[in-house]
Design a binder for this molecule. Sequence first.
Ligand SMILES: Cc1cc2nc3c(=O)[nH]c(=O)nc-3n(C[C@H](O)[C@H](O)[C@H](O)COP(=O)(O)O)c2cc1C
Length: 146
Amino acid sequence: MTQSLYRLVYYSRNHISSDDGMFAANVDDILAKSRSNNVRDQITGALLFNAGCFAQVLEGPLENVEAAFERIQQDDRHGDVSLLALDPISHRSFPNWAMGFVGTSDVDAERFTGVATASGFDPSHLSGDQIHTLLRDLTIEEEAAA
Ligand SMILES: Cc1cc2nc3c(=O)[nH]c(=O)nc-3n(C[C@H](O)[C@H](O)[C@H](O)COP(=O)(O)O)c2cc1C
């Protein structure tokens, strides 16, 4: 039987040193771990880093999404983790992404300018729906560019 799908959206404050090398190494580590766990757990989604905040969409079976979110909340690489939405969905918005990442590279910054102006680029000013739409549009653009 197919398990019903849920989408969770949260944002948090970065605690990783803003030193470039340090930040990049930590994000690489987070993404590598996320991608292997998420494939195992049938979770897809995307992670945004901007303005000192992370925002993330996780979609998959409820139990797995909740277990991942529990682990994520315990992680001291970020804090003030705020749940914005947890809703049933009929289909995935990120079927091809074990965890997409939209960060601070020039290319990503350019993409923001096109899509994220309304938020002042600060994820903490966005609703769960807005973050979901923003990340979906950005990852669709990335797929088109690939
Ligand atoms: C911003 C951020 C996003 C993360 N996203 C995920 C994720 O999507 N999936 C995941 O399994 N772990 C994610 N993690 C890592 C978890 O916090 C945790 O380190 C990891 O799940 C532990 O996995 P392990 O028990 O297999 O070692 C994230 C961490 C941070 C700081």
